[in-house]
Design a protein around this ligand. Structure first.
Ligand code: ST9
Length: 625
């Protein structure tokens, strides 16, 4: 039986009943995919995920790849390769790429709905299969040569990697020291060691294209310190003819020199890659080609990073959803103890644990967060749909770009933190001691989901990105738009009287969150030493609260999205619905009410804590920690 339990009903509810995706499907850039086709694709992907992709989930954990230093490789388990091939053969990965390189573009919302199914059933498949999506970035930024390389990558279904991190440059990408030196033929020699590189070796694709950030040497005006001095290079594992794509038979000097031993997602090879070291492999130089022949590496790489941050948040949320559904299934059949009203009666009938108040609290906590964050992912993706539609017309939808940018750290940072914590504290806990056993998938979910708070920018980085870049640098334009939308909902008659209490709670938390943003901006301004009385150390007070702000606004946005869904559900319940739909819609209303009532009142306290921040923590001697 499959470990993976999907929630197709809720995915379709979000896409079609709340977000009205019928309106974008079948037209403009998505002409070839109407809503009926989209539903068929989702159904097929759901089957594929539960059966073929999930099939190797456990085996890949118990029999992970082992690095062989003689071959610089870590071959993947056969069962995993079978699942990967099933995914590639289904060809739905083409929906993420542009037509010019062999794709059939679909709205981002449909892609991330499918993404949930793949990432929840066996996430490393999505990561190994990302080569064609990486090709999209090369195509978008590249010269004619690069565009042909991008086509080849898709035709041949090669793997690809994002290569930023170094042993001493993790969160601080700008500290990277990997060098690039120009050759006479226009190629570059790359030298340095990179770490934590996902998918850098596999035995499923004939080639891997590394997208490497390195610092050009000896050229005026480029290669300076920090992230802006980094350029992005196409560095293949094996050399190939840039016109035909045929491998030339020459190895490039980019070698995997270690594969990490990890807590989770063990089948996803996390590699050290050494570039251009004469002592490694055959000692060949590591040759690379500058993407687009422009030195704009960090901005180019952020096109990959933005997609990968969305991926990580979706992975986390997908795991919480299947964790919840596994816990629910267990709770419905596990008989333990008497009903609390019969606690004094030692001979009272024993009941399933779904009868116990604390289990109900836990299940509804899991359900409401999993469904809230699913709507967060799909709502964010619906802004990406707008970006795609504008691009197809040769225009830009700047508001959509900004709102998407604002939401990304919430999807990634808030999504991964809430999911990882709830998987451990609630989903696993529902199974009692059995949750700790490898007989059930949840202990693996907990291990596999922890990485989501770490890679692609830790939660601390997401909090900083959210405040400094997505709010302050944006002059709060996207935030103001979101605030206006939530405020309009608060003031509406949404829910026809049934959501009055929750709308009031939302109004209060919106006001509190607004006050928090305002006070952090005021504190930031007081750190400006060019202004009278400014003290640079006040910036610490901001830094002490950026993660808190991310979580607070995550709660507000999630509550709003759930309540919007509840409004739709209540409208449906007012008409004729099947028994199954009645239960589903009532569950949507209950989850929204529960989420608002149990989470929103805490925001007032969070804001009070933030506003009372002083510098005592920063003044404390390190020895006192
Ligand atoms: C990793 C691998 O963790 C994990 C698994 C990967 C699995 C891969 C498979 C799936 C991926 C599929 C992807 C396919 C792609 C598909 C695409 C489809 C189209 N947003 O603030 P500044 C830029 S890998 C956008 O001064 P610092 C911007 O250009 C390791 N851009 O930064 C900016 O210039 P400007 C992951 C942003 O102080 C410039 O950077 N590592 C954003 O120099 C400088 O900005 C990390 O994630 C943004 N949010 O450096 C690093 N932010 O301002 C974490 C910056 O002029 N560390 N830019 O616009 C950080 O993010 C740091 O904040 C820092 C700071 C490095 C950016």
């Amino acid at each position: 039986m499959s470990h993976y339990k999907s929630n197709m009903r809720d995915i379709e509810f979000n896409l079609f009943e709340v977000l009205g995706r019928d309106e974008v499907l079948g037209q403009g850039p998505f002409e070839e995919i109407d809503s009926e086709t989209a539903r068929t694709i989702l159904a097929e992907m759901d089957r594929l995920a539960r059966e073929d992709l999930a099939a190797s989930y456990e085996d890949s954990d118990r029999n992970p790849p082992v690095f062989d230093p003689k071959t610089n490789a870590a071959p993947l388990p056969e069962a995993f390769k079978k699942s990967y091939q099933a995914y590639m053969d289904a060809e739905y990965w083409r929906l993420q790429i542009v037509e010019e390189i062999g794709g059939t573009p679909a709205p981002s919302s449909l892609n991330w709905a499918m993404g949930e199914l793949v990432l929840g059933s066996n996430a490393p498949i999505w990561m190994y299969a990302a080569g064609p999506s990486f090709a999209g970035v090369i195509h978008r930024n590249g010269t004619d040569r690069d565009k042909r390389i991008a086509q080849i990558m898709v035709e041949k279904q090669w793997g690809a990697t994002m290569v930023l991190t170094e042993p001493d440059a993790g969160s601080d990408v700008g500290a990277g020291t990997t060098k690039a030196t120009l050759n006479e033929d226009g190629s570059w020699n790359i030298t340095g060691v990179k770490r934590f590189i996902t998918s850098a070796t596999n035995d499923m694709t004939e080639n891997v294209i590394h997208l490497v950030l390195a610092r050009p040497q000896g050229i005026d005006g480029v290669g300076g310190p920090g992230t802006k001095g980094l350029s992005m290079f196409i560095v293949p594992e094996h050399h190939f003819d840039h016109e035909t794509g045929e491998l030339t038979g020459e190895r490039n000097g980019a070698y995997v020199t270690n594969v990490e031993h990890k807590m989770g997602i063990k089948v996803s090879n996390t590699c050290e890659v050494t570039f251009g070291d004469p002592q490694v492999g055959g000692g060949e130089p590591a040759k690379g080609w500058l993407v687009g022949e422009v030195h704009n590496g960090i901005a180019q790489m952020f096109q990959v990073i933005e997609n990968a941050r969305m991926m990580v948040g979706t992975k986390a949320i997908a795991t919480l959803s299947t964790g919840y559904l596994n816990a629910l299934e267990y709770a419905k059949s596990r008989v333990q103890g008497a009903d609390l009203t019969e606690a004094a009666n030692k001979t009272a009938p024993r009941v399933t644990i779904t009868h116990h108040p604390d289990v109900r609290r836990s299940l509804m906590t899991q359900k409401s967060f999993a469904e809230a964050m699913r709507s967060l992912v799909l709502y964010t993706a619906s802004w990406q749909d707008r970006v795609q539609i504008a691009e197809h017309k040769g225009e830009r939808d700047e508001l959509a770009e900004k709102v998407n940018d604002l939401l990304l750290p919430i999807v990634k940072g808030y999504g991964s933190e809430r999911s990882w914590v709830l998987l451990g504290t609630e989903s696993l806990q529902t199974l009692g001691g059995s949750g700790f056993l490898q007989e059930y998938p949840i202990e693996q979910y907990v291990r596999d989901a922890k990485i989501d708070t770490l890679y692609e920018g830790t939660t601390a980085i997401q909090g900083q990105d959210f405040f400094f870049r997505k709010i302050v640098k944006d002059q709060a334009q996207a935030l103001t738009h979101l605030n206006t939308e939530i405020d309009a909902f608060v003031k509406s008659e949404a829910g026809n009287g049934r959501l009055k209490v929750e709308r009031e709670l939302l109004a209060k938390s919106l006001e509190d969150a607004g006050a928090l943003v305002g006070s952090m901006i005021t504190t930031l301004m007081s750190a400006d030493e060019s202004a009278e009385g400014g003290d640079i150390r006040n910036i610490y007070k901001v830094g002490l609260n950026t993660s808190r702000l991310l979580m607070v606004l995550g709660d507000v946005v999630c509550a709003w999205l759930l309540l919007r869904g509840a409004e739709v559900a209540l409208a449906k319940l007012a008409g004729e619905v099947s028994e199954a739909d009645k239960a589903f819609y009532e569950g949507k209303v209950a989850a929204a009410q529960f989420f608002a009532r149990t989470n929103l009142p805490k925001i007032t306290a969070e804001v009070a804590i933030a506003e009372a921040t002083d510098l005592s923590l920063m003044d404390l001697d390190e020895a006192s920690f």
